[in-house]
Every structure is written in structure tokens, then in C-alpha cells.
Write a new protein. Structure first.
Length: 317
């Protein structure tokens, strides 16, 4: 058992009211149907360990390690529970105590920021796949023996974050992205030194210090205020759920990163929910926010696809 609990913030830990609205949005709960593999069940387990009612045994570690940290539960949560922060702190405590992230995982994660080593290792893996000595249970995609040339800087309109594994295993996607940027009449820059790994996998593994350092290096590698284009799997930061005007300096709504449709005959419109603080206001006629706070006593909004008409009615208390 850990001597000082999990080091979790008491206010964040108590925010969950166990309503269960997160359950349909949790992939591990949907696969297993078991409460312990849901955000609600994991938070209950965190509380028990934090308060000294439960020891950190193999079952608890299993509950925490099977979470894929997609944070889909956060967008569905009416109480604004910061599940991602709770899980990251829990895994950091478990990693510091040696319960997760063994030495061989740390060695593997240590390779990611060293891009030349990563490229060489990927080539060795590709050879191993051809020789059928790489176990299929690892779930690795078929790696190329010869990679296409790296994407090169063409201008300063946008940064293309190339990343670590993405550039080593999916470089064609980068090149296709660069071609698309060029067809749009824009130019791109690739990150400077230090932009090889964002640190997300380190943070997910409980190595918070290393992940934070890598994240800062990535931010420093792309100076200025040009937009940053990411074409690999990534995470949006949902820690701010208030009004746009109250967002931290430098933050922008995710939908403002979506370009406007150039098709005048059939322009694309984007509809989304789960941001009641906007009260339906996006300042864009092509972006429709449907969540207008019905469960908070405000309004229920519907959108007609055929007529593009918005209907709003007062909620019933």
C-alpha cells in the first residue's frame, strides 16, 4: 500500500457524482460491460486508495492500466470531472512506486525523442518482420524497409508537426499532407531541433516529468503564432469548459481550426454538442452548437437538416 495515497486533488476527486452519463462513451466499459472498467468505477477505486480503504494490489493496477486515456468521458460529463488529470496523477504515483512502466518500457520510451535511433530501430523491426521473427501479437503494422524522403520546409504559413513514430512509420501521410497544403496555395515548416516527440506516451505511462519536458521542447521547436497542423492521433485539451472569452491566453476553440467550406452551392456545416457554456454562440454561420444547457435549466436546441432551421425551447424545471 502507498504511504500517502495517490496524491490526488481532493476537489477534482470529489467532482464525480456517479451519474453514469460517461459509461456509453468509455471504450473499455463498452467492451467489458463491467463497472470497474468504467470512469465511474475507476474514480471509486481512486477514492478508496486515496482514503486508505483499499490497497494498491494487482486488481487496482489493472483497473488503471486498462484505461486508454481517450478522455471521451470528459466531454460527456455534466459535472466537468477532470478524469484525464486524475488518471495521469494516479499513473505517475504508480510509476514512481514501481507498480507500472517497467524498465524495458522506459527504455523504449527513451528512444522516441532520439529520432535517428528510432529510424534505425524501425528498419531493424521491418527486417525482423520479413524474417518472421517479430511476434504478430505485438500488433505492429507492416513497416517499410525504405522510407520516402522527409518533408522539407517550404515556407512559414503553417507548422507541420512530424512527431516521432508517425514520421518513422507513416511518413507517406506527411508527404501527402504536404502535397495537400501546397495544392491549397500554402507553405509549411517542419519543427526545429527538439520537436521530435510530444511526450504524450510518457505522460500516459506515468512518466509525467519526462512528458512535460518533451512537450515544452516541442513548443519551443515551433516558435511564432503560425497554425500547427497535426495529422496523427492526438488529444484535444478539454480542461477549459467555460466561455470562449474566459479561455487562457493563446487558446482557441477547436472548431476555429476547421477551414470554411469553399463550396458555395453546398457549403459544409459542422454540428456539435457537449459545450453548454457557449449557449449556442460560435460566431460562425457554418458551425452550429446544439448544446444550449437544457440539463442546466436553459434551452433545448434542435437543427433541421432539410431546412437549416434552428428551434430552441425553454427547458421544463
Amino acid at each position: 500500500m502507498l504511504d500517502h495515497g495517490l496524491g490526488l486533488d481532493a476537489e477534482k476527486l470529489s467532482a464525480c457524482v456517479s451519474c453514469g452519463l460517461c459509461l456509453p462513451h468509455c471504450p473499455t466499459f463498452r467492451v467489458t460491460g463491467e463497472e470497474r472498467y468504467s470512469p465511474r468505477g475507476r474514480i471509486d477505486a481512486m477514492r478508496a486508495v486515496q482514503h486508505g480503504e483499499l490497497s494498491v494490489d494487482d486488481a487496482f493496477v489493472d483497473f488503471m492500466e486498462t484505461c486508454v486515456q481517450c478522455r471521451g468521458c470528459e466531454t460527456a460529463c455534466p459535472s466537468g470531472v477532470e478524469f484525464g488529470a486524475l488518471m495521469e496523477q494516479t499513473r505517475t504515483t504508480l510509476a514512481d512506486s514501481g507498480r507500472i512502466t517497467p524498465w524495458w518500457q522506459r527504455v523504449g520510451l527513451g528512444v522516441l525523442p532520439r529520432h535517428r535511433v528510432l529510424l534505425a530501430g524501425s528498419t531493424v523491426l521491418a527486417l525482423g518482420q520479413r524474417m518472421r521473427i517479430v511476434p504478430k501479437r505485438l500488433g505492429l503494422p507492416r513497416l517499410a524497409l525504405r522510407r520516402e524522403p522527409s518533408v522539407e520546409t517550404t515556407g512559414t504559413d503553417v507548422w507541420l508537426f512530424t512527431g516521432c513514430v508517425m514520421d518513422a512509420w507513416q511518413r507517406r501521410t506527411h508527404r501527402n499532407t504536404a502535397a495537400l497544403v501546397g495544392l491549397a496555395g500554402a507553405t509549411l515548416s517542419v519543427p526545429q531541433r527538439g520537436g521530435g516527440c510530444c511526450g504524450a506516451l510518457h505522460s500516459h505511462a506515468g512518466l509525467h516529468g519526462a512528458g512535460e519536458t518533451l512537450a515544452r521542447d516541442v513548443m519551443s521547436s515551433m516558435p511564432g503564432d503560425a497554425p500547427i497542423l497535426v495529422n496523427s492521433a492526438g488529444c484535444l485539451d478539454f480542461s477549459h469548459k467555460g466561455a470562449i472569452g474566459d479561455a487562457p491566453t493563446g487558446w482557441v476553440p477547436w472548431f476555429n481550426l476547421v477551414p470554411r467550406s469553399t463550396d458555395k452551392k453546398s457549403p459544409m456545416k459542422l454540428l456539435f454538442g457537449h459545450w453548454a457554456a457557449l449557449e449556442g454562440v460560435t460566431d460562425r454561420d457554418d458551425v452550429i452548437a446544439l448544446d444550449t444547457g437544457c440539463v442546466w435549466g436553459r434551452y433545448l436546441t434542435a437543427y433541421c437538416l432539410e431546412t437549416a432551421a434552428l428551434t430552441t425551447v425553454q427547458s421544463v424545471s
